[in-house]
Write a protein that binds this ligand. Structure first.
Ligand SMILES: Cc1ncc(COP(=O)(O)O)c(C=O)c1O
Length: 425
């Protein structure tokens, strides 16, 4: 596992990373050698992390799955970089700041457990994934297999290829929740035909927090010459994993979700041997054909947004990925286990170890999801998101490391009251 010390050592051998303010990094567990699960439930241990954010606690934001806040040190770094760029934009952006992206690339590669030459910094998960979805050579009649729970924009992207290039998109239905990985593998296996060229799936399904057995799907696909494109938007910075746990050739993720990097950041991993197989979304010259930087040829942009990812990585490593994962699951369990046994509560997320993340989907039977979401917001100022899928529904609840136990309990109280008494008329 990359530690914060490794990351800083690496940074100091490339280009200067630390700026004034970086000394204020939260490293709250430096002298705490308890197991992550023990730390996860010790509220006092999380105070420094909670205070590192500038969130508005007059409302309770339980939609961090949409996009996360960044801690103060990330916000400050971003501000510094952007102010600096205003001094002499062409000089500062292109001569001073742009080369420092390499430190961020190295940091992301360290987190993902791969070579920096396989990591592109993008504006979000959509851009990362669309580079691959639109950049792989596919012919009329070629088939792409995905699920009925993939992200709408990613499905739209494949559907545009259907209209434009005549490919065929097949969507398999996965059980909700998945309690058995074999069911996922067989669902994909059953959809494979001689024309299947790509399988596209989430590492973590955003609707339910379900973790999918990506590595087993890759093991199914690779011997058949099928590419696997993995949407890691909800997994990266949330689960403590490295590339060898998924083993795919293509992985795209947001960084502005659970990594807490600035808004407008994402990452694309392409295995080195596959770089030449993917055309970038925005054109690059032939000299970049085999260079991962071809995915970054997007014209003038704020380099500071990207450089401040380095602070988010340092903050993430300061907490420790395993401790963070355990804490997010602890917060989920805190409210979910409390209501799980109630007759009219339906959890669409498995609480079994290793099956899901800190995100969960809950339905109060007989209460429309949108009405429940509205009630929580209007009556309690608790912000969640209503999910209406053809096969399941509810409110999605996604705390972050800035969320306190007191806040999660406030949500638990409100949910339990609706489950007992229904919505007020
Ligand atoms: C599973 C999944 N994929 C892709 C995306 C798109 O992410 P971004 O907004 O960073 O492009 C999201 C966003 O919520 C998501 O949940």
């Amino acid at each position: 596992m990359t530690t914060r010390r490794d990351f800083l050592a690496l940074a100091s051998t490339t280009v200067p990373l630390l700026r004034p303010g970086a000394a204020a990094l939260a490293e709250p567990f430096a002298r705490d050698d308890r197991a992550p699960a023990a730390i996860a439930s010790d509220e006092d241990a999380w105070v420094e992390v909670q205070r590192a954010y500038t969130v508005d606690r007059s409302i309770l934001n339980l939609n961090n799955g949409g996009v996360c806040p960044a801690p103060r040190i990330v916000q400050e770094a971003l501000r510094r970089y952007q102010e600096h760029a205003q001094e002499a934009p062409a000089y500062v952006l292109w001569r001073l700041q742009d080369p420092e992206k390499e430190t961020v690339r190295a940091g992301l590669a360290g987190l993902f457990g791969r070579d920096p030459e396989e990591i592109a910094i993008t504006r979000n998960a959509s851009e990362a994934l669309e580079n691959v979805q639109l950049g792989l050579a596919l012919e009329r009649g070629d088939e792409v297999v995905t699920t009925d729970q993939d992200y709408p924009r990613m499905l739209t992207t494949w559907r545009q290829r259907e209209r434009r290039d005549g490919i065929v998109l097949r969507q398999v239905e996965l059980p909700v929740p998945v309690e058995d990985d074999a069911a996922v593998v067989s669902a994909f296996e059953a959809a494979i035909t001689p024309r299947t060229k790509v399988i596209h799936l989430c590492h973590v399904i955003n609707l339910t927090g379900q973790i999918l057995p990506v590595k087993r799907v890759v093991a199914l696909a690779r011997p058949r010459g099928i590419d696997v494109v993995v949407d890691g938007a909800h997994a990266f910075g949330h689960l403590d994993f490295r590339h060898d746990a998924v083993d795919c050739d293509f992985y795209g993720t947001s960084l502005h979700k659970f990594l807490s990097a600035p808004h407008g950041t994402g990452m694309l991993f392409v295995r080195k041997e596959r770089l030449r197989d993917v055309w970038p979304l925005m054109a690059a010259g032939p000299e970049l054909d085999g260079d991962v930087r071809k995915f970054e040829e997007i014209g003038t942009h704020s380099v500071g947004v990207r450089l401040a990812i380095a602070e988010a990585i340092a903050f993430h490593l300061g907490i420790g990925p395993a401790r963070k994962e355990a804490r997010l699951r602890f917060l989920r369990d805190r409210w979910a286990k409390r209501v799980a046994g109630m007759a009219n509560i339906r959890l669409w997320t498995s609480l079994a170890p290793g099956r899901s993340t800190g995100v969960a989907l809950v339905e109060v039977l007989g209460v429309p999801a949108v009405k429940l979401q509205e009630h929580l917001w209007l009556k309690h100022r608790i912000y969640t998101v209503a999910i209406e899928h053809a096969r399941f529904r509810g409110i999605r609840v996604s705390p972050h490391v800035c969320t306190t136990v007191h806040e999660v309990d406030r949500f638990g109280d409100a949910l339990e009251k609706v489950a007992r008494e229904g919505l007020p008329s």
